[in-house]
Ligand binder design. Sequence first.
Ligand SMILES: [Zn+2]
Ligand SMILES: [Zn+2]
Length: 133
Amino acid sequence: MPIQRYSRQRELIYQAVRDSRAHPTAEMIFNQLRPENPHLSLGTVYRNLDQLSREGFLTRMPFPVERYDACTDPHCHLRCEKCGAVSDLPLPYAPGLDAEAAALQPGTLITRHDLVFYGTCPACREAPESEVS
Ligand SMILES: [Zn+2]
Ligand SMILES: [Zn+2]
């Protein structure tokens, strides 16, 4: 693939995310750009989004997090950015945050919040070379 086209697609994809307030998925970007860019593939969109995220231009939001938690009371989580491990973080749930959020979004009923902290777990910090996924 010529470098010119590669960077043009990258710019197109980046602009589409910047112009959106929907926190779009790769599929949303693809469906939006495809009509005017018939040569664009979903793989290219994924690749560019991944690269833009690695370079710090985009924040990757892991929704939905396909994990299951038997503890259904609201609580915070800690996610290791290297191995993906998720653990509970015993921070007290802050109901006041829900009220603050509701005040910022008039007309919206806030029922709860879900806090995830990101970092590197002890095992991954001891083995900095092994990036599992
Ligand atoms: Zn880890
Ligand atoms: Zn949990």
